[in-house]
Structures are given as structure tokens and as C-alpha cells.
Design a protein around this ligand. Sequence first.
Ligand code: CA
Ligand code: CA
Length: 376
Amino acid sequence: MNFEINRANHRSILGIALTVFIIAILLLSTAAAPVQAATTLKTEVFAKVPAPGFPEGVVVSDENTIYVGTHQSGTNPANAPSHVFAYDKNGNLKKDYVIQGQASSAQGILGMALDKQGNLYILDRHPSRIIRLNPKTGEQSTYATFHEVKPCVDGQPAGDCSAESEDRASYADDLVFAPDGTLYVTDIQQALIWKVPNGGGEAKVWYTDPDLDSVFGANGIRFADNGKTLVLAVSLYHVTDPNQIFSGRGRIYKLPVNNDGSPGTKKLIWEAQQDGEGPDGFAIGQSGNLYVSLALPGALLVLSPDGQEITRTPATPEENQQQAVPYSLPANVAFTGTNVLITNQDFFADGPNDKQVLFKVNVGECGKALFRPYVK
Ligand SMILES: [Ca+2]
Ligand SMILES: [Ca+2]
């Protein structure tokens, strides 16, 4: 009898312990992930991007206008000016801006940003510059310029030189505004981050580092916080031979901006675990989660603020190929409401095609607001 009672008690104690344990796990998992990404993120086509195709930059204005810029083919650059297409919030194309003053071949524009007045700041390949475009009037002007810098020589004071291992041309790729209107601009080939003061002009080398030395190096850049910590994607770490890009591995760093404006010490927060995994652009949610375009192999990667992988969609390259429109070299990411918009660049295609679209993925949270300072 006593034995039976003890066993019953034992069972109920076990039951209570188990329940407490399950509740504790549930509480812990909720606490550890304040904004859990939806378990199955769904990618939809938001809009098609017409010729010249190859969409890269994407920004969303206060008025819910979505601007998308066209880059170029990595294998067969076209000889046509770049365009900025403006879409409404339903993905209807409502305006088309043709970029002026580009070189006569291999035209392409990349990252874009908006100021308080609603002007667009657009990175141009040739010439290497920032174009300011007033979407209301269509007026365009050159706001800032970049130049080719030489590899730094031992003993030379830091300044106008690069930690690149061989002399490569300027190739500004992405940009972000600080609260005071300073622009930080990645150079994907020259292993550096440029700084452009409020008001524009000739860009200055702000940061150069051998860890950015690659033919496909410093790429997406955003602020993680109130303008003190940059997040920086390096697409393929230490790839100096363009034939080796499919064996390169990407990295993501945090890089503080010191109080005196100088760069602090960077910290690695994410590193690809497989060959050919390379991030391009990204956006940051209110939770601090990073929504990263994996250009290779083609996916939206969701990372926690400290760089732990939460999920990715599609989960595998095989699953990607089963989508109506597969991810193909996706580039930049921008929030609109609780959706992220992703440009599907398809960089290695020969020409404009049906894969070059703007994707939409509901990630269940809003984005961290980008700084849109008043610019002189
Ligand atoms: Ca150079
Ligand atoms: Ca990019």
C-alpha cells in the first residue's frame, strides 16, 4: 500500500517536474528570441524589373514609393544607361528615371540612400561617383566622387592608400547615412570604406583593412544602432582570383565609429560555413535581426543581432530551384512595413530576363529606421 502511494507521489512529482521543465524551456526560448522569424518564410514576387534589368539598389520613401536601380551583367555588360524605377506600394511601376552622364559602356548603378528632403543618393560604376537625384523634378547632379588609390607601402602613414594586395580600380558598392549626413561607402574591390562629408565632394579613405582584400570584398553596410556601430558584409573573404569566387566564403563584421569619428576595432559576427556562401546587401529589423541577401548560393538569411543563424529561405539550393522564380544573386534588402523587399539581380545572366524581380518576404517585424539626415 505504502509502496503504491509512494509510486503515485513519485509519478505526480515527476509530472510536476516535467511540466516545470517544459514551461522553463518555453520561457527560455521566448526570452532568447524576442522576435522569432516566422518558421516558414514565404518569398513572393512583388514586381518585375524591366530592361536594362539587373536590379541592385532598393530604398523605400516615406510616401511608400519604392525605388529600384539597375546594375549590369557580370558577363555581358550592356551599353545602355542605368534606370531608377519607382513603384507604388502594390508593385505597380509609376515612374522611370534614366541616369545621365554615365560612361558610354558597362553602365551600372548600385546602392541607394534617401535624405530628409527625399533626394536619392545613387552609387554609379562609371564614372565612380554618387549621383543626387531629385525624384520630384528628375534633376540629377554629381554629389561625390571616388578615385583609384594605390596599395599602402610599409611605413607610409595611413591616408590615401589601400590594404588591397594588388592595385584595383574604385568600385563603390553600398552606402549608409550617419545621423549627421556623413555617408559611409563600401568599395568592393579596394578593401576600404570611404567617407563623404555632408555636402558631398571628393570621398576620403576612412577605413582600409587586409580582411577586406578581395575582388568581391566590402559590400552591404548599415548602422546597427544610433550611429555608433556599422555592420559590414564582406562578400567573399580573401578571394583575389576572380575564377575562385565559388570557393570563397563571406563574413559579416561589426565596426564601431569612435567618438572622434575614427574607425574602432572590428569584430567578426558571422562567417560562412560552406564554400561559395557570400552575403551582398542586408537590412536590420527592429529586433536587431539581420536580413541578409546571400548572393551565393541564393537565399534570404536571417541572423540574430550577434550573428547566429535563425533561419534561411529557401532552406537549400535544391529548394530554391523549385521556386516559381528562384533566388539568383539577390542583392539589396529594404523594409516596407513587416516585409523585406529583395532585388533579384541575376548578375551572371547575359541580359535582362524574367528572374530579375523584386521579391517580398513577410518577416513579421518592421525595420529599424534608416537615418535620413538633412543634406546641404
Ligand atoms: Ca586601387
Ligand atoms: Ca551590393
